[in-house]
Design a protein around this ligand. Sequence first.
Ligand SMILES: [Zn+2]
Length: 210
Amino acid sequence: MYSNDTAVKESYFRKIFNTNFNVGFGKPSNDICSTCVILKNRAKMKKDEEKKQSFILQLKVHKKRAKSFHQLLNRITDDELGINNVRCYVWTENERSRRCNEIASPIYESLQKVDSAKIRKIRLFSDGCTGQNENMTKVSMTETWLVSKSLKNITEMELHFPVTGHSFLPADSVFGFTETAVRKEQEIFNPQHYINIIGKYGKLCRIGRD
Ligand SMILES: [Zn+2]
């Protein structure tokens, strides 16, 4: 590619690299909301002012919804909603799948175990995955529980589906810790190894047993 006559020093390459390329490095960010990133980039790339403003407006609405969710969360001072009180239901894919029935069952079981003698209202927070959380199976299950299984003092239930990417509930934190710990493991040979890691950050539960 070059002869002795045209050889240049390393500093020359460095200068070209630093001044002629649009390359930047930064600390990788965790928990970035993909909707925020997409809307920001679309607004930045659009030359048409009307379309640009449309994406900026969508981003504002998205952030406002996320903010109102956090304000609601901050109003909840219940000790039950803490990182030390996260129940982690575990099963392997040969035991059960991950569809709406399999998700509704542990929620039902957890509702049965909540000490609800002094509670009037129960709020359930979950992501908006239709196959697992945002579906009629879950709504029917909560309705059945409220009508026929809950104590008489519980008169209200709210189902919340926070804006995607901005929930950061205690369960999300436990999931984040677990994911980081799994990545640090050199080798994982069996499901129990995963279960042991999960158990370090949350209370391990098995359906029908815990
Ligand atoms: Zn966002």
